[in-house]
Design a protein around this ligand. Structure first.
Ligand SMILES: [Zn+2]
Length: 305
């Protein structure tokens, strides 16, 4: 088993068995000692440089009356962990949450330097809160939906429909293309931070296997054909920014000229291990962010030699 990637390893028992036990769940959620991950517009409460603020339910005081969606995340020992979304409040109204505690920040800004268990917990809470925020209405009939099972499903309120909706995770493949020798392929998208180069990636489409998605994306992005037999799984990473799971692969392709597809990459080229090891890590060339599986795929390949 490879070591886990960033944002994997939520330190909770997700306790699926309790989600359907309304009475027990209500008790756990009402416990003043329950821990709460507060969320506001997809951001988390962060203290100091990168410390996740997880409150006791009792500390929320007057804010419980104005709490938005409440989600049961799971148990740590006997203690329930919840996420509560305050996104509907305007900035002055969240003052009591931030006063003396920290400020709301995007996890992506602090994740790479945060305690790994905390960042996994926050990412999990963020992914679920995002899903609730965008599934208030039924995709079948348009009626309002209501949260059930501790926030792990929503049901359409229209008695003639009653469709169930479940949290979404969208699979994306991400792959380090190498030539079986000393070279691998990195590309660059125009919107990335200056100098950043990374692996190829793309969403899995309906009706294709993961290996086919890898091969198709490589063809579309850089014009290399490779058989699906050359695609090998590496590891995966939850990436709820907002709702993906990244499925990491290595893909061996013949070292050949590249033909960049329209609307994809602004540049792509083959790099040797030595070139990557000597990356200046500045605005002329840098590797992807430390918390990304792209970085992990590159680092593991560099060590493979
Ligand atoms: Zn419906």
């Amino acid at each position: 088993m490879p070591r886990p990637n960033y944002y994997a390893g939520v330190p909770l028992d997700r306790a699926d068995r309790l989600r359907g036990d309304a009475e027990r769940l209500a008790e756990l959620l009402a416990d003043p000692g329950a821990r709460v991950v507060p969320l506001w517009r997809s951001q988390h409460l962060i203290a100091a440089e990168a410390d996740a603020v997880v409150l006791r339910r009792a500390e929320l005081d007057g804010l419980l009356e104005v709490a938005g969606e409440t989600i049961f995340l799971g148990l740590r020992g006997e203690v329930a962990y919840l996420a509560i979304d305050f996104s509907h409040l305007e900035e002055p109204e969240i003052g009591p949450l931030t006063a003396g505690l920290g400020s709301f920040k995007d996890l992506r800004a602090v994740g790479p330097i945060m305690n790994r268990e905390d960042s996994a917990l926050l990412a999990y809470a963020r992914g679920l809160a995002h899903w609730h925020g965008r599934h208030g209405f039924c995709g079948v009939c348009g009626a309002a939906t209501l949260s059930e099972k501790g926030g792990h499903q929503r049901r359409c309120s229209n008695a003639d429909c009653h469709a169930l909706h479940f949290p979404r995770t969208d699979p994306a493949v991400i792959m380090l293309v190498h030539d079986g020798g000393e070279r691998c392929l990195l590309g660059r998208q125009p919107l990335w931070p200056p100098g950043m180069h990374s692996t190829l990636a793309g969403f899995v489409e309906p009706g294709e296997s993961l290996e086919e998605a890898v091969a198709r994306e490589i063809w579309e992005e850089v014009g290399l054909r490779l058989p699906v037999e050359e695609v090998a799984y590496h590891s995966s990473q939850p990436w709820p920014f907002p709702s993906s799971i990244m499925l990491g692969f290595y893909a061996r392709a013949d070292h050949g000229p590249l033909d960049l597809g329209p609307d994809e990459l602004e540049s792509a080229q083959w790099y040797t291990r030595d070139e990557l090891r000597n990356s200046p890590e500045d605005e002329t060339f840098k590797l992807p962010r430390r918390d990304s599986i792209a970085r992990r795929l590159i680092e593991d390949w560099l060590e493979e030699e």
